[in-house]
Design a protein around this ligand. Structure first.
Ligand code: PLP
Length: 446
């Protein structure tokens, strides 16, 4: 149990911290849970309703697609530039380049920086694989910085030690919509003159010190894949306040074309691609953007309420936020489950028991720095030629992330649409957890 939780419990004379009696003091909905059977042992599920569907399809989405289809203008024309303008404004950024996906937004940002073989790019291990595959696609060497288990984010105290004279970019990932410590990361990056490419693919509307995460650093990259808090099936965007970077990203994503005729910068490198967004995607995004702030507010209110209940349950640790995080996007509701504080119930038993209660939960990421796809890429012919056998052989040892290994064993998520549910459903989730804890020994043996 961490220090803060222990002192809070002591303060409130939390008698019977190991049982359901104490928990009920803080979770009205959990009153009497010791007497109730968990659903996995044949009891009644704590949560019997359904959570809101995702995506939320509206009549205006259908109308938007009808308009684009009948216009015959399916290539970047009206809606893509309009979306770029509105998305930049929504995030207090000067420029936006819409892309085909979040992966290509990251890939083009690195391409615009000229990152290539021999360069090192710093990444966190607790993220979706695309954060790292884009580094591999440029034949750069990924260098992992361990996670801060309390926040699920890159540990800023371990960043500087990972920097070498080859470091060409840092990619902090605002996982689950929780915001990295941008003060510390940007200070270290500036000291060493290294660009920061923010992976905000899960962090729509998230803010650091009152400003959108996408407006900090060199670029901020977003995804509009179906599961994301703003979506069009597939899609992405790069935000930046740097005009030259906007021109370079645009050229990289659009076959070396100029962003606008007045652009200062002409991109002459042959290394560019087609990662354009279609008019169909942009039209859906403009329609889906209506109500985005209201939905974010609902997620925040529900997440805050859920945290106020779950953090009182021993063994459950909702992801903490850094002091400068003024808005968490809550793409995921993330918490750690510590088996030893939960009567020895394993995480997979806990997940099964929660699902039986009608709560949709998933185990989080597994250690990306140890993933076979990455080791295969690094041991490929091209990588061995560029970096040499010795560097590649030493790579696994250099990229150990022991805190992240623990985090991956403890992490649990709920998806953002759960947080669009009712306040009562949040109470039912907390009640389900309390009920399972009260009967943990029995469930572990079942
Ligand atoms: C979704 C996601 C991506 C990739 O975005 P796509 O649009 O699926 O290509 C990259 N990084 C993170 C953290 C993501 O969640």
């Amino acid at each position: 149990m961490d220090q803060e939780k222990r002192s809070r419990l002591n303060r409130r004379e939390f008698v019977g911290a190991a049982g359901a009696v104490g928990v009920a003091m803080f979770i009205p909905a959990a009153r009497g849970v010791a007497a109730e059977r968990p659903a996995i042992l044949g009891g009644t599920p704590a949560q019997r309703g359904t959570f809101p569907d995702w995506p939320q399809v509206k009549e205006s989405d259908i109308e938007a697609i009808r308009k684009v289809t009948s216009s015959g203008q399916w290539y970047r024309a009206v809606y893509v530039p309009q979306f770029e303008e509105e998305y930049a404004r929504l995030n207090q950024a000067k420029y936006c380049v819409a892309t085909a996906s979040g992966t290509t937004a990251l890939y083009c940002s690195l391409g615009a920086l000229g990152i290539g073989p021999g360069d090192e790019v710093i990444v966190p291990p607790y993220t979706f694989m695309a954060t790292v595959t884009v580094v591999l696609q440029h034949y750069a060497l990924p260098v992992f910085v361990d996670s801060d288990r309390e926040t699920f984010l890159m540990d800023p105290t371990k960043l500087e030690a990972a920097i070498t004279d080859r470091t060409a970019a840092i990619i902090p990932v605002h996982i689950g919509g929780n915001v990295c410590d941008m003060d510390r990361i940007l200070a270290i990056a500036q000291k060493h003159n290294i660009p920061v490419i923010g992976d905000a693919c899960q962090a729509h509307l998230a803010e650091w010190r009152g400003r959108s995460v996408g407006s900090w650093g060199t670029t901020g990259c977003y995804s509009f894949q179906l599961s994301k808090n703003l979506c069009s099936g597939e899609g992405g965007a790069i935000l930046t306040n740097d005009e030259e970077m906007a021109d370079k990203c645009y050229a990289f994503h659009n076959c070396a074309r100029k962003r606008n005729p007045a652009s200062r910068f002409v991109y002459r490198l042959g290394r560019n691609t087609n990662a354009r967004m279609t008019e169909f995607q942009a039209a859906i995004l403009l329609s889906q953007m209506a109500g985005i702030k209201e939905r974010a507010d609902i997620r925040t209110a529900n997440a805050d309420y859920l945290t106020s209940m779950l953090r009182e349950i021993p063994g459950i640790y909702p992801a903490r936020m850094y002091e400068g995080c003024t808005r968490n996007a809550y793409h995921l509701y993330m918490f750690r489950f510590v088996s030893e504080e939960f009567g020895g119930l394993s995480r997979s038993q806990f997940l099964r028991a929660l699902r039986a209660e009608g709560v949709p939960v998933a185990a989080g990421y597994s250690p990306l720095n140890k993933d076979q796809f990455l080791l295969d890429a690094l041991n490929s012919r091209g990588y061995i030629r560029v970096y040499g056998k010795e560097t590649i052989a030493a790579w696994p040892e250099r990229n150990q992330c022991p805190e992240n290994d623990k985090l991956c064993a403890e992490g649990i998520w709920m998806a953002q649409n759960v947080l669009l549910g009712s306040r009562e459903q949040m109470e039912q989730i907390a009640k389900a957890v309390a009920k399972i804890r009260a009967h943990a020994g029995e469930i572990a043996k079942a």
